[in-house]
Write a protein that binds this ligand. Structure first.
Ligand code: CP
Ligand code: NVA
Length: 322
């Protein structure tokens, strides 16, 4: 196998085959939670939060423990990182005592700096720009409900709402890597960066998929296999609550909009959800919604990701066998 230090900072850090390997491993962890123990010792994994979290915190803590390790949670207000200690210095310290570093923070440059100075895998647990662990879990949920990992390529996924946020960016890149037809819809002023769309188009073309960015919510969901949305007000944007309502109203995922997707289309939401805003209760609590499986799949997908990154970084394929 190809070895060498590997990180997961954005969705295209895995190529098509590698994403499939991680998702297959995720399915294997769903079936057997104790399939592999790369952190046996227990070895410590640093899990750092500069922003709040319920699912990411729980799934990484439980996941590291099930992989035989010790989850060391650091809330940044209680650390020197939170007082401005340089990221590079933090990386130099953590990398000598831990086997992986998981970080939820603001700028993408911060996880990139951490990775540049670490000798263990660094995992982006959400930045302002990307949320790649969420998208792996979401694709695992599609695989769980729609014919397995090999059925993902060629599927059509639609994301509606704040199309300039971390989830939109991650669906663009992650879906392009998977070879999906990715449709992103949001209002003018809240659409993805054109350079990122171009990167996604190139990747999608390589993998047999396509990219559509539109302001038309109906065009986006037409015959989609899965409809996704996310909060209209991401962490750190709370002061924009008033202005982040009116432009997004046509993108609310409700029964009328879901009727344009395939009759068996699924609904996913990374959570936390705001019923009556980006999604109606009728949809998120209805029969097409798989949001609780999606939340559970954070655990299985991230165990697979951590195991895969450690196996590649150490050149130890036996960790992938169970
Ligand atoms: N979806 C997600 O990342 O949830 P948390 O913010 O609770 O971790
Ligand atoms: N876009 C949301 C995702 C939360 C998991 C945020 O960044 O707050």
């Amino acid at each position: 196998m190809n070895s060498g230090l590997r990180h997961m900072l954005r969705d295209d850090d895995l190529d098509h085959e590698e994403q499939l390997e991680v998702l297959r491993l995720g399915m294997a962890f769903r079936a057997n939670p104790y399939l592999s123990r790369p952190f046996l010792g227990p070895q410590a994994v640093a899990i750092i939060f500069d922003k709040p979290s319920t699912r990411t915190r729980t799934s990484f803590c439980v996941g590291v423990a099930q992989l035989g390790g010790y989850p060391m949670v650091i809330d940044s207000p209680g650390s020197q990182l939170g007082r401005g200690e340089p990221v590079a210095d933090t990386a130099n310290v953590l990398t000598r005592m831990t086997s992986a570093i998981v970080w939820r923070t603001f700028g993408q440059d911060r996880v990139e700096t951490m990775a540049a100075h670490a000798t263990v895998p660094v995992i982006n647990a959400l930045t302002d720009s990307f949320h790649p662990c969420q998208v792996l879990a979401d694709f695992l949920t599609l695989a769980q409900h729609r014919g397995g990992v090999d059925a993902l390529a060629g599927m059509t996924i639609a994301y509606l709402g704040d199309a300039a946020n971390n989830m939109a960016n991650s669906y663009l890149l992650g879906g392009a890597v998977a070879g999906m037809n990715v449709r992103i819809a949001g209002p003018h002023g809240f659409l993805p960066d054109p350079s990122l769309v171009e990167q996604a188009r190139t990747l999608a073309a390589e993998n047999g998929g396509s990219i559509l960015v539109t302001t038309d919510p109906v065009q986006a969901v037409e015959d989609a296999d899965c409809v996704f949305t996310d909060t209209w007000v991401s962490m750190g944007e709370e002061d924009q609550y008033a202005v982040r309502s009116h432009p997004f109203l046509p993108y609310q995922v409700n029964a009328r909009l879901m009727a344009h997707a395939r009759p068996d289309a699924l609904f996913q939401h990374c959570l936390p959800a705001y019923r009556g805003r980006e999604v109606t209760a009728e949809v998120i609590d209805g029969p097409q919604s798989v949001v609780w499986d999606e939340a559970e799949n954070r655990l299985h997908a991230q165990k697979a990701l951590m195991t895969w990154l450690v196996a590649r970084s150490r050149g130890d394929e036996s960790l992938l066998q169970g």
